[in-house]
Design a protein around this ligand. Structure first.
Ligand code: UD1
Length: 371
C-alpha cells in the first residue's frame, strides 16, 4: 500500500516536489510519483529528474498540450483510474499549474485527503490561469502548506479554517539550498561567455505577457534596451519562442544571448551569479530572493509579496522605459536590499512530512498495514 501519491506535471513542479519525495522516503513513507505529462520536452522535464535525483515516475499519464479545458480534462480522465488503483493515504499536489488543479479535483471527489504545497498565494489577477488554479485547489485541500504569512492571511480571509493550514516554508528553496554549490561548479556563465563580468538573466513565458503581441513587443524592446547596459541571457520557453519567431527574435539578436530552456542546475548556476534578473516567473522571484540577486518582475502584480517586502524583488510591469531605468538603477548600486524570508531554510519538506505523519496517523497506518 502507498502512503503518499505525489503529482508532478510541469517544469516548476519538479523542484517543489523533489524534497518532499526525498523526505518522505527518508522517513519511511512510501511514495507513488505520478507525472501527468503536461510538460514533455526533455528540456522541460527529463533533465529535471536527472538534476534533482528524482526517481522515475511510476505512472506517466502522457497528456501533453492543449487548451485549458482539454488539458485539464485529459489529466482528470487519465488520473482517476491510477488514483483508485494506487489508493494512497493522501495525495500531494504542488504549485498552481493545470496538473495541480486537475489532480486535486479528482482526488477530492474520490474522498482522498489532498495536501496542497504552496497554498494561499494570490496575485488577485483573475486573468491568470494560475490564479484560478490556486484558489480552487486551496478550497479542495484538507492540508494547506504555506510559504509565507501573507498566504495564511489570504486563506483566513477566504474562510479556510486555520487548523487546515500550516506555515512550513518553501520546498523550492529546499532544493536551491541543496543544489546551489553543485550548480555553481558547472560554470555555466563561462560556457555562455558572460562569466567574469556583470550580466543579466531574463525569462518570459506567462500567457498574459507572451500571447498578446503588443505586450510581447514592449517586453522585447525592454530586453533590447537592457542589453545595451549589460549582456542579457534569455533561455527561451517553447511557448515564447513560437510567439517570437521572425521579427521578435531579430530585435533581440544583437545584445541578447538566446538559449534553449536550461536544466535546473545550469539555470541555477547562471542565476546565482547574475547581477540582475528580469522575469515573469513566480518561482524565480523566490529563488532570486533566496540568493540575494535583485529581480525585476515583468508583471503588474505578484502572488509572492514577501519577495518584495522582505526580498530584493521589484514589480515593474511591462513599460520598457520603466524596466530599463530600473535595471540602470541596479547597475548604479541602487538595488533593493533584501533578506531571506522566515523558514526558507532548506527544511520545509521535512516539516511537511512531519505534519503529514502527525495529521494522517489513521490513514497512513491503514495504508501501511494494507488493511
Ligand atoms: C505552464 C504553467 C505555468 C508555469 C509554466 C512553466 C499552467 C496553466 N501553466 O505554462 O504556470 O509557469 O508551465 O513552464 O499550467 N510546450 C512544449 N513542450 C512542452 C510543454 C509545452 O513545446 O513540454 C508548448 C506547447 O506549445 C504548449 C505550450 O508550450 O501548448 C504551453 O504549455 P502549457 O503546459 O500549456 O503551459 P506553459 O506555458 O508551459
Amino acid at each position: 500500500m502507498t502512503d503518499l501519491l505525489v503529482v508532478v506535471g510541469a517544469r516548476p513542479n519538479f523542484m517543489k516536489a523533489a524534497p518532499i519525495v526525498l523526505a518522505a522516503e527518508r522517513s519511511g513513507l512510501s511514495v507513488a510519483l505520478v507525472h501527468t505529462g503536461q510538460h514533455y520536452d526533455a528540456g522541460l522535464s527529463r533533465v529535471f529528474f536527472q538534476d534533482l535525483g528524482l526517481p522515475e515516475p511510476g505512472v506517466q499519464l502522457g497528456v501533453g498540450s492543449g487548451s485549458h479545458a482539454k488539458q485539464t480534462a485529459r489529466i482528470m480522465v487519465a488520473f482517476e483510474p491510477e488514483l483508485l488503483r494506487i489508493d494512497p493515504a493522501a495525495v500531494v499536489v504542488v504549485g498552481d499549474v493545470n496538473s495541480t488543479l486537475a489532480c486535486a479535483l479528482v482526488a477530492a471527489k474520490e474522498h482522498y485527503p489532498v495536501a496542497h504545497v504552496e497554498a494561499g498565494l494570490r496575485s488577485f489577477d483573475e486573468r491568470m490561469p494560475e490564479e484560478v488554479n490556486r484558489r480552487l485547489c486551496d478550497h479542495l485541500a484538507r492540508y494547506l502548506y504555506t510559504t509565507s504569512g501573507d498566504a495564511n492571511e489570504n486563506l483566513r480571509r477566504e474562510g479556510i479554517p486555520d487548523d487546515r493550514v500550516a506555515f512550513v516554508g518553501n520546498t523550492m528553496i529546499d532544493t536551491l539550498v541543496r543544489c546551489v554549490d553543485v550548480a555553481r561548479e558547472r560554470r555555466i556563465p563561462d560556457r555562455l561567455a558572460v562569466g567574469g563580468r556583470p550580466y543579466a538573466v531574463a525569462t518570459l513565458h506567462r500567457a498574459e505577457n507572451v500571447d498578446d503581441p503588443v505586450v510581447l513587443s514592449r517586453l522585447t524592446a525592454a530586453l533590447a534596451g537592457v542589453s545595451r547596459l549589460l549582456p542579457v541571457v534569455l533561455p527561451l520557453h517553447p511557448r515564447t519562442r513560437r510567439r517570437l519567431e521572425g521579427h521578435g527574435l531579430r530585435e533581440l539578436a544583437n545584445g541578447v544571448t538566446i538559449t534553449t530552456p536550461l536544466g535546473y542546475l545550469d539555470f541555477l548556476g547562471l542565476v546565482a551569479d547574475a547581477k540582475l534578473v528580469l522575469t515573469d516567473s513566480g518561482g524565480l522571484q523566490e529563488e532570486t530572493t533566496a540568493l540575494g540577486v535583485p529581480c525585476l518582475t515583468l508583471r503588474e502584480s505578484t502572488e509572492r509579496p514577501v519577495t518584495v517586502t522582505v526580498g530584493s524583488n521589484t514589480v515593474v510591469g511591462t513599460d520598457p522605459v520603466r524596466i530599463v531605468s530600473a535595471a540602470a538603477a541596479i547597475l548604479e548600486g541602487r538595488e533593493p536590499q533584501g533578506s531571506v524570508p522566515q523558514l526558507w531554510d532548506g527544511h520545509a519538506a521535512e516539516r511537511i512530512i512531519e505534519h503529514l505523519h502527525a495529521s494522517l496517523p489513521v490513514e497512513v497506518e491503514l495504508a501501511r498495514t494494507g488493511s
